[in-house]
Design a protein around this ligand. Structure first.
Ligand code: 1CP
Length: 348
């Protein structure tokens, strides 16, 4: 089997596979004792800037779980931090911005990303990983313009996105310029990762579910489409993901991705109806259930596999692995997914 024939890449393209491929969002990170041991204290941005360490943190879940894809150890705020916007990632909290974006003058702090100069360490990490991963594909990723903008405008993690929504409506020209600048950065960042050997890309619009379909369609979708269409010529599968995006799935299908990631709120067969034909799905086990007894977790995983329909399904959680998760539960989950014949396939 070559990398191009890997179950993950085949499923992304909607081709039949012998088993449903599986990986987990946030498969690296605090749920793993080997992660806590290797990383130490401090901002994850320091770890991202050390290619040897970042590559090791990427490999840990691949070794432990035997997942079908690796995801680059990085963060959605890496590009904005690299151009000097003034962002750090505080342990236990998330991205925090020194001086949030409030006016047009603040846009000057978002100069274009030049990957070779600004994030050479990410390119080095991808190159090292591609050499080590063999047939396991590496997923590169970027934050989508809306989700990154929400951190820059709010100044940190948010529940209501009040300032973001007000800026979007009250200053549409500034909002459009902001999303366009972030789209160009995400695009440059993804192209650099694929240039260095990433086999697929995921655009994380984690918080887009906070928006109404109208606002999403008018003010966010064009910027996400610019990113996704801007990598189309590279020929790698594109995954587009958000949380709470049930009402947006039809719109997201039009943004130009081969795969749409879905959280646990919409069953995958219903998600396929909303997405329309020709789009693969990724998801969507509720990460909270990874903390439940195995009988509960395994029954839910079976339901996800059935409703995923087999072909064109990449098994994942509906959002990231929770830090309290027992890694052994995820090992059993990978075994179960791999041992279950794809739904709809002839039984051996
Ligand atoms: O400091 C740490 O060790 C803590 C946690 C952590 C980790 C492991 C953060 C802080 N970022 C990361 C790495 C990371 N971030 C990865 C690679 C690891 C993997 O998936 O195995 C990825 C894909 C991300 C992407 C990311 N960062 C997203 C999109 C995915 C998602 O979870 O929706 C988002 C929204 C962020 C912001 C962020 N970074 C870190 C935290 C705690 C947060 C979320 C804060 C919030 O709730 O707003």
């Amino acid at each position: 089997m070559s990398r191009a024939d890997s179950p993950f890449l085949r499923a992304c393209r909607g081709q039949p596979t012998e088993r449903v491929p599986v990986w987990f969002m946030r498969q690296a990170g605090r749920s793993l004792p080997e992660y806590r041991a290797a990383r130490g204290e401090g901002s994850i941005l320091d770890a991202v800037r050390r290619p040897e360490l970042a590559a090791e943190l990427t490999m840990q879940p691949v070794r432990r779980y035997g997942v079908d894809a690796a995801i680059l150890f990085s963060d959605i705020v890496v590009p904005v931090a690299a151009v000097g916007f003034g962002v750090d990632v505080v342990p236990g909290r998330g991205p925090v911005v020194e001086a949030p974006l409030r006016s047009r003058a603040d846009l000057a702090r978002l100069r274009p990303l030049e990957p070779e100069e600004d994030v050479p360490y990410v390119i080095d990490t991808v190159r090292a990983l591609v050499a080590d991963l063999g047939d396991v594909p590496l997923i590169g990723f970027a934050g989508a313009p809306f989700t990154v903008a929400s951190y820059l405008v709010e100044g940190g993690p948010s529940r209501q996105y009040t300032r973001t929504k007000v800026l979007m409506r009250a200053e549409p020209a500034l909002w459009e310029a902001l999303l366009d600048a972030l789209a160009d950065m995400a695009l440059a960042f993804l192209r650099a990762q694929v240039g260095a050997g990433a086999a697929a890309v995921q655009l994380f619009d984690s918080w887009a579910g906070a928006l109404s379909p109208d606002d999403y369609a008018r003010t966010v979708l064009p910027a996400s489409r610019k990113v996704l269409e801007g990598v189309a010529d590279l020929g790698v599968p594109r995954i587009h993901f958000g949380v709470g995006t049930g009402e947006l799935l039809g719109l997201m299908a039009g943004a130009g991705a081969e795969v749409v990631g879905v959280d646990w709120r919409v069953p995958l067969d219903e998600a396929r109806r909303r997405l329309g034909p020709g789009v693969a799905v990724q998801g969507n086990l509720d990460p909270a259930l990874c903390l439940a007894p195995w009988e509960v977790l395994s029954a839910e995983a079976q339901r996800v596999l059935e409703r995923g329909g087999g072909t064109g399904h990449v098994f994942n959680l509906g959002h990231g692995v929770l830090p309290e998760t027992d890694p052994d539960a995820l090992s059993r989950l990978v075994e179960l997914v791999h041992a279950t014949p794809p739904a709809g396939a002839p039984r051996p």
